[in-house]
Design a protein around this ligand. Structure first.
Ligand code: ADP
Ligand code: MG
Length: 403
């Protein structure tokens, strides 16, 4: 794949699609990880004397309801990102309020070699999420080259992720992936195509809903040697197999899927054999651990129990390749962190194994518990990393770049 390393961009306008979808609170950036992750590509282009135009979406903008639209735009204004980026880069970042039209064109044309500009939130444009052809053409007309470095958005074929490179490719202009996307693709490849010498391949799947992750589950039972299922998702499987799950959340419309999936997996799926349960989700007054996979009426599962942890640890300790998506318990609450922490620890103790995390909450969990550096790779893209596995290594925003 062509990367930013291979580009000749001195004096050229290079549009770079970044993932600056950072968490904001009252206009302040709560976590600048995603901005930091984009720096290698930006610095490289600056040092080559390119005229760098950065673009990203931030949050969601509702274009159906005019009042909500204005409110969303205010909330998801990109200006704080420009300020933080400028501090991190140690150079001015020109912030362009316009997302199309004359102001945008003039600002781009006024750029000098090595200067950096950030465009306002791409989702201010209604056509962005629809990959509107006229929007993509207008943006592409301003660009001499394009770099895709928004891994977290690569699963979406939008105007800024797909439309621009498609147009530029057709015109024979330079398009490439950035350093962040390169790193993500190289890491995720290792959990998509796993050779015999990198086995056993163990996956841990948790989180809330089965329905969000059907395709991933399907793929992982094909690819893996063991799939450990925890989190709220496990209760749908448990119920499908005829266990009592008390008041635990489950998805009635996924019971057939869970049953058939379990059967097809032919012993690969490992379900919890005990649970930490509570009598109430928000204000539990009674927390206990069950003897087996059955949860008594009036209680709901909140975390995996100690016997399950033992079982998980046994499987994890054999792994040469490991993929983890989804916390195995309600890790945001101190009473229910034990399962997720134990999984972190077991993964951290692996030697000579490739360990990879995909998923926003899972990444937050390993960071919160201090295990981030023990993993070979923690993906910056939640949905994108899962889709990469679902689609056998393919994502529209990366495939469009071509070879
Ligand atoms: P990721 O973002 O890593 O893909 P998900 O979004 O699928 O993960 O799931 C994370 C959420 O699942 C967390 O908020 C966590 O509290 C919740 N969760 C995990 N186990 C349970 C459980 N037993 N009951 C309710 N929620 C749970
Ligand atoms: Mg999540």
């Amino acid at each position: 794949m062509k990367t930013v390393r291979d580009l000749n961009v001195h004096g050229l306008v290079v549009f770079v699609r970044c993932d600056f979808n950072v968490p904001l609170k009252d206009g302040a950036i709560r976590d600048d990880n995603r901005i930091v992750a984009a720096l290698p590509t930006i610095k490289d282009l600056v040092s080559k004397g390119a005229r760098v135009v950065l673009m990203s979406h931030l949050g969601k903008v509702d274009h159906k309801d005019p009042a909500k639209c204005e409110q969303d735009k205010k909330k998801n204004n990109m200006a704080p990102v420009a300020r933080r980026l400028s501090e991190l880069l140690g150079q001015d970042v020109i912030f362009c309020e316009a997302t199309r039209g004359e102001v945008l064109a003039n600002t781009v044309h006024a750029l000098k070699d090595g200067e950096v500009m950030l465009m306002q939130n791409t989702r201010y444009e209604k056509g962005e999420s629809k990959n509107d052809a006229s929007l993509a053409s207008e943006w592409a007309a301003l660009a001499d080259a394009f770099v895709m470095d928004a891994f977290g958005s690569a699963h979406r074929a939008h105007a800024s992720t797909y439309g621009i490179p498609e147009v530029l490719n057709g015109q024979g202009k330079q398009v490439a992936i950035g350093y962040l996307v390169e790193k993500e693709v190289n890491a995720l490849k290792r959990v998509v195509d796993v050779h015999d010498d990198a086995r056993p391949y163990v996956a841990i799947l948790g989180g809330f809903k089965v329905s969000d992750k059907i395709k991933v589950i399907e793929r992982l039972i094909e690819k893996c040697d063991k799939v450990l299922i925890g989190g709220a998702m496990a209760y749908t499987f448990s119920k499908a197999l005829g266990h009592n799950i008390g008041n635990s959340p489950y998805e009635a419309d996924q019971l057939d899927f869970a049953r058939s999936c379990y059967e097809r997996a032919n012993g690969k799926i490992v379900l919890p054999v005990d649970c930490v349960v509570a009598n109430n989700f928000d204000n539990p007054t009674d927390i206990r651990t069950t003897e087996d996979s059955n949860i008594p009426d009036g209680y709901m599962g909140m975390d995996v129990g100690p016997k399950t942890v033992e079982l998980y640890v046994q499987e994890i300790s054999k792994a040469k390749t490991l993929f983890w998506n989804g916390p195995v318990g309600v890790f945001e609450r101190e009473e229910f962190v034990a399962g997720t922490v134990a999984v972190c620890k077991a993964c951290a103790e692996l030697k000579d194994a490739f360990t990879c995390i995909g998923g926003g909450d899972s990444a937050a969990a390993v960071k919160q518990f201090g295990y981030k550096d023990n993993f070979s790779h923690v993906s910056t893209g939640g949905g994108a990393s899962l889709e990469m596995i679902e689609n056998d290594g393919h994502l529209p925003g990366i495939d469009v770049i071509g070879d």
